[in-house]
Design a protein around this ligand. Structure first.
Ligand SMILES: Nc1nc2c(ncn2[C@@H]2O[C@H](COP(=O)(O)OP(=O)(O)OP(=O)(O)O)[C@@H](O)[C@H]2O)c(=O)[nH]1
Ligand SMILES: [Mg+2]
Length: 608
């Protein structure tokens, strides 16, 4: 029986935690400025985006097109992300306060599935069994650690023993429902609820155990992840570790309960009851290698490979060893090694870890904000980042550009259809005009005709747009097209022709007397006459109807010139303006996103 070794281990451990205490006695976190800047940049972005959303949502309507759908998706994505980000800011502020309250201690957080022995290990480190030990040790000379609850999801996490000392509550069913801790010199040991714990009656709805653990891991300086040796390397556990590595956390993986109950055989093969034995070195080695391999497989695709140590322990054996003052059993429990690892990880690097952690957290928060957090395991997006939101805004523009191209491709077809329809309607209309002119004999003036023809063309185009553009844009709602403004100078009037008939009219006209006799007779009153032929032209007017044919021909030729640029103009107008609101929305949000991206990237620590 010897407890010499155990005592030395405790002394060494205390020297380490005392070293932490003195190293951190003057430590002060110095990253507030940057964190506040990121928080205020985010808050400003959230406010701006909420305003943008408010301005656009009503104006957007509820169209059916891919652009409308993409815009609605983007608005939803943005709304949800803003809520996610707000929660993050809140958690960060809480985390910041938490880190401040704990800046003089090295925060070591123990986490893992339910019943992996987290609270039992915590009580061991707090000295529960060392206080009862029959041998002298450092725990007996220091003040009993003060146990506190940081954030409780349920009560009953700390138990007071008969001597009035507090300890973490241990149990066979999931026990711990809070972040709770004790401080041993410079070490602050955080015990957490088991991940994957089922909700119990009386648990506060405000946070799930998982959320509590997730929040606090970020703000602890050292993570100790416990796995039960009866089921090491659970997918959920590996996933958790992967997440930690993604957050650039150093972790210590501890395989707990590395023991088994076997019959104890005394001298002469006598059965002496059951006893707890350590698992063989071989079995421990196999488990450690298995986890290492599984983790390496998972992490090989990641940019961050993280740092992790693996050790197998049995707290139960260590407790027995203390009780029985059995140095060898203590060595078998591997708690000596764990105390050494924790002691040296914590003490040698205490200040570095404390400095590094908030910086890593801030960088990791910024990485998440920029790139989002995507769980490679399930493929789910756990956190939407700026990049993804920019892509969603670009999607609106890409779809809108595609529509523009599709609309422009319709130009030739629509022009052809409008021209042919307009021609047809013009002919029908012109017949009526002609009839009326024929009847009344009154001409119809060019400006009057122009106004009707312009109307006809605009109506035809309006119908054509509704028909053809709806094939391109789902649920297309055509706006009133601008009226065509074609000038017509010709009128429609009655036409007639004059027929001429030439004939000779003979008339008798007086003539002067000729010769001597006629002159004498003339002197006595005789009158002389002669016949005269007069060439005459008789005119006769013939009704030729109206000039409608000429009018139609001329107007069609004018329409052929006027319609193509008119259609082109109107289609361009639709292409440029139909999704204008959506495009402006995407541009406004993208502007904010790019600004925020630059701001947060500028706030990142370049070196840690
Ligand atoms: N065999 C063996 N049992 C252990 C060991 N450590 C703890 N246990 C037992 O495992 C059970 C659960 O221990 P806890 O310390 O309460 O486990 P926990 O991880 O805190 O559990 P939750 O708080 O519910 O998540 C208790 O019955 C312990 O006695 C060990 O090293 N070996
Ligand atoms: Mg517990």
């Amino acid at each position: 029986m010897s407890s010499q070794y155990i005592q030395e281990c405790v002394t060494e451990f205390f020297s380490k935690v005392n070293k932490i205490e003195s190293a951190l006695s003057s430590f002060s976190l110095g990253i507030e400025g940057k964190r506040e800047k990121v928080s205020s940049d985010l808050a400003c972005f959230i406010q701006n985006c909420r305003n943008i959303n408010k301005n656009y949502i009503d104006a957007m309507g509820n169209g059916n097109s891919a652009v409308d759908k993409a815009t609605r998706d983007s608005i939803d994505l943005l709304q949800n992300s803003l809520t996610e980000w707000e929660n993050n800011i809140r958690r960060n502020t809480e985390g910041q306060e938490f880190m401040h309250r704990n800046e003089r201690h090295l925060l070591t957080m123990v986490f893992g599935q339910v019943k992996t022995g987290k609270s039992t290990l915590g009580n061991f480190i707090a000295g529960q069994k060392f206080l009862d030990a029959e041998f002298d040790n450092e725990y007996k000379h220091c003040a009993h650690p003060v146990f506190c609850e940081e954030k409780a999801g349920r009560s009953g996490n700390i138990t007071t023993d008969a001597l009035g000392n507090d300890w973490f509550t241990e149990g066979v069913v999931d026990t711990t429902g809070a972040i709770q801790y004790f401080s041993l010199s410079g070490l602050r040991w955080l015990d957490s609820p088991g991940t994957g714990a089922l909700k119990k009656d009386g648990d506060t709805d405000k946070f799930t155990m998982e959320q509590i653990v997730n929040d606090y891991i970020d703000y602890s300086d050292l993570g100790i992840f416990l796995m039960n040796s009866s089921e090491p390397g659970l997918q959920a556990d590996l996933q958790y570790i992967e997440k930690m590595v993604e957050k650039d956390k150093d972790i210590l993986i501890v395989i707990t309960k590395s023991d088994s109950i076997k019959p104890k055989i005394g001298p002469g093969g006598k059965f002496m009851g059951k006893q707890l034995f350590p698992k063989t070195d071989e079995a421990r080695k196999n488990q450690q290698e298995y986890i290492t391999k599984e983790l390496n497989d998972r992490l090989k695709h990641r940019s961050k490979t993280g740092k992790y140590n693996i050790i197998s322990i049995s707290t139960a054996l260590a407790n027995n060893a203390i009780k029985e003052q059995d140095d060898e059993l203590f060595k078998d429990s591997n708690l000596d090694e764990l105390m050494r690892i924790i002691g040296s990880m914590a003490s040698d690097d205490a200040v570095k870890l404390k400095e590094k952690n908030p910086k890593k957290n801030l960088n990791s928060l910024i990485d998440n904000i920029v790139h989002g957090y995507h769980s490679k395991v399930s493929g789910d997006i756990e956190f939407t980042g700026i990049d993804e939101m920019i892509a969603s805004m670009d999607m609106i523009n890409n779809l809108s550009e595609q529509y523009k191209r599709d609309i422009k491709e319709k130009t030739a077809k629509i022009t052809k259809n409008v021209l042919s329809d307009a021609k047809h309607r013009l002919c029908v209309e012109a017949e009526c005009w002609s009839e009326s002119v024929n009847k009344t004999g009154n001409a119809i003036a060019g400006d009057k005709l122009a106004s009707v023809i312009n109307n006809i063309v605009s109506d035809v185009l309006q119908e054509e747009l509704s028909k053809e553009i709806s094939k391109v844009i789902e649920g297309f709602q055509a706006k009133q097209v601008e009226q065509l403004n074609m000038q017509i100078s010709a009128d429609i009037h009655k036409e007639s022709a004059v027929l001429e008939h030439k004939y000779t009219e003979y008339i008798t006209v007086r003539r002067s007397a000729r010769g001597f006799i006629e002159n004498v007779r003339s002197y006595f009153g005789k009158k002389y006459y002669r016949n005269k032929a007069i060439e005459r032209v008789a005119q006769k007017s013939i009704d030729l109807g109206t000039n409608v044919d000429v009018f139609i021909e001329k107007t069609i030729s004018d329409l052929k010139n006027e319609i193509p640029p008119y259609v082109e103009r109107e289609l361009l107008n639709i292409a440029e303006n139909y999704f204008e609101i959506q495009e402006r929305y995407a541009a406004d949000v993208k502007h904010e996103l790019i600004k925020l991206r630059q701001q947060v990237i500028d706030s990142k620590y370049k070196e840690i």
